[in-house]
Design a protein around this ligand. Sequence first.
Ligand SMILES: Nc1ncnc2c1ncn2[C@@H]1O[C@H](COP(=O)(O)OP(=O)(O)OP(=O)(O)O)[C@@H](O)[C@H]1O
Ligand SMILES: [Mg+2]
Length: 224
Amino acid sequence: MIHLRGVFKQFDGKRKVTALEGVNLSIESGEMVSIIGPSGSGKSTLLNLIGGLDRPTEGEIEIDGSLLAKLDDDGLTRVRRDKIGFIFQFFNLLPTLTCLENVSLPLHLRGWPRKKIEERAKELLSLVQLGARMDHLPDELSGGERQRVAIARALSVYPPILLADEPTGNLDTSTGVEILRLIRDLHERLGATVLIVTHDLAVADSCRRTIHIRDGHVFQDVRR
Ligand SMILES: Nc1ncnc2c1ncn2[C@@H]1O[C@H](COP(=O)(O)OP(=O)(O)OP(=O)(O)O)[C@@H](O)[C@H]1O
Ligand SMILES: [Mg+2]
């Protein structure tokens, strides 16, 4: 489902940073995998490359049979739109759209009918306990509330692949548990492949497989 072969990522700023150094990784369809590692070890970079938000300096990434390097920008956008839900570490909500509009956006992009969009978006916002905040702008919300909107948006289209970067990092324990339940539900009921970056060892341990990243490479790959 997801294959990385010899993936390197270098950032060429004032000082060169090698964020990933030769990552080889295969994730089968329907796996739920946690990714842990120290700050700066390359976890977000890895997720961004798998999600097609950035391209590797070297190496190959294959998603559901497509080699990302062979796709032009339109092709990459299509893979992202049709196959991937992304929960970012820092929300990425559109500031001029209300919560309801933010959650509806991916559904519009996939051409859902208007009525179903509204139903689904409202259902998701209620699930993350923001039913009373649908018409608010992101600016008017707390960090945890924004994170919950971002999660509702990522889950709205039932993505076959969900990439989640610290999805519970900004949330209190009980909301975090609820969010994790949503993610697990997507995984168990719909067979979604889930990659979840976390600093929370309890969350990491609740997955059948945990990948440890250190200094830009896979340091350990544990199955339980
Ligand atoms: N756009 C960028 N330009 C330059 N360097 C970058 C860029 N993005 C990330 N890096 C560097 O690449 C390395 C890996 O960053 P990354 O964001 O992947 O870490 P992380 O494991 O997600 O950390 P955290 O747990 O703090 O989120 C870091 O040293 C970071 O400074
Ligand atoms: Mg990160």
